[in-house]
Design a protein around this ligand. Structure first.
Ligand code: SAH
Length: 345
């Protein structure tokens, strides 16, 4: 197996260069190339030819390739299927916003959280993504679109706090002042509610954004659709969220996927008002994307709009997520499943 340079820090690359008989500063040059968008070693013209040859033979700087993409012609949203070194696949979505381009990326192949409405978790967790594989989703998307990505949201397949060490390395590499220089403010991580992860993230990345998938506001109801709630119940989760906002001063985003008849009733809205009032938060309402394998149906956009208004009127900031990529089925995990099914035919 080739040595993966994409996920090494400058210090690690310096040590690597020294090991190969090169001056340590070559490590820093390498880092700048890798995170400055170099597609291969031939571009690294300030490295000695002999070293470049060795790098080509023994190492790699590309950890994923885009094997399928679907573009929504109306809003420019583009969905990618990435193939990793071992043939596994994950999804990412490129989105254009007024404030710039954003990529929604995956943190695991599959997922073990078991949320009943989600396509990513149907076959369980296959494996964690490495930091390099998360970075590659950003860099390959930039190459494919020819556009710069200014924001990332770790909201694709997988539970990022179930893969904390790799997530941690990935975010730091992407932020590195000698490399890609993405501000932590432009990074958001979404969790199903793993409490130790929320606490640690608040300490490690106080400037980054946190999104928490709530979806229901009683323990009984939430445990039914999100098994993680049995380990980390609602009261504790909301307490941890309050701690997080107090410590970081950052507004938390609550994801709320609207499921017809399950969590979009008037009583659900009343619960939301009661439990979220006074919190430094923002509720992101999104009608559930219908997934073939389960029986849930998304609420109508009209109902989503109504709920949004009710929340706003009671002082809780809320938006209905703009329907991006409606032509290309946005629900994460679906493109991967469909491609796997086609390959079996
Ligand atoms: N595991 C993390 C991040 C990945 S899921 C988390 O749970 O937050 C990203 C978001 O998509 C979560 O809010 C998740 O609940 C939501 N989601 C999953 N399946 C969906 C579907 N079919 N329609 C709409 N949102 C969905």
């Amino acid at each position: 197996m080739k040595i993966n340079l994409q996920e090494m820090t400058i210090e690690e690359l310096k040590a690597f260069a020294a090991e190969k008989g090169e001056k340590p500063f070559r490590g820093k040059q390498l880092f700048k190339w890798i995170h400055g968008g170099a597609a291969d070693f031939d571009e690294m013209t300030d490295l000695p030819a002999g070293f470049r040859k060795l790098l080509k033979e023994e190492t790699t700087i590309r950890s994923a390739e885009i094997i399928r993409s679907q573009k929504d012609s109306r809003d420019g949203t583009e969905k990618f299927l990435y193939r990793l070194g071992d043939g596994e696949t994950v999804e990412g979505v490129f989105m254009k916003y007024r404030y710039g381009n954003s990529l929604c990326l995956s943190s695991q192949v599959g997922c073990r959280m078991g949320c009943t409405f989600c396509a990513s978790t149907i076959d369980g967790l296959v494996r964690n993504l490495t930091a390099a594989e998360m970075l590659a989703q950003v860099y390959e998307a930039e190459r494919k679109t020819g556009e710069k990505i200014g924001h990332i949201v770790v909201m694709g397949m997988g539970e990022p706090f179930d893969n904390y060490e790799n997530l941690n390395r990935f975010l730091r590499l992407l932020h590195s002042p000698e490399g890609r220089k993405m501000s932590y403010r432009n990074m958001t991580v979404s969790t199903s509610g793993i409490l130790p992860g929320i606490r640690r993230f608040g300490e490690d990345f106080p400037a980054a954004g946190l999104a928490v998938s709530l979806h229901r506001l009683t323990d009984e109801g939430r445990s039914e659709i999100m098994p993680v709630n049995r380990s980390y119940p609602l009261d504790e989760l909301l307490d941890a969220c309050r701690e997080y906002t107090e410590k970081t001063g950052r507004r938390i985003t609550f994801e709320y996927a609207l499921i017809r008849g399950v969590n979009d009733r008037d009583e659900d809205v009343e619960l939301m008002k009661r439990r979220l009032r006074g919190m430094l938060c923002h509720v992101n309402l999104i009608p559930l994307n219908n997934v073939e394998e389960n029986s849930f149906t998304g609420s109508s956009r009209a109902r989503a709009g109504e709920i949004g208004e009710k929340l706003i009127r009671s002082g809780i900031p809320a938006t209905v997520r703009r329907e991006l990529g409606s032509e290309i089925d946005g629900a994460c995990g679906q493109l991967r499943r469909r491609t796997a099914a086609e390959n079996m035919e």
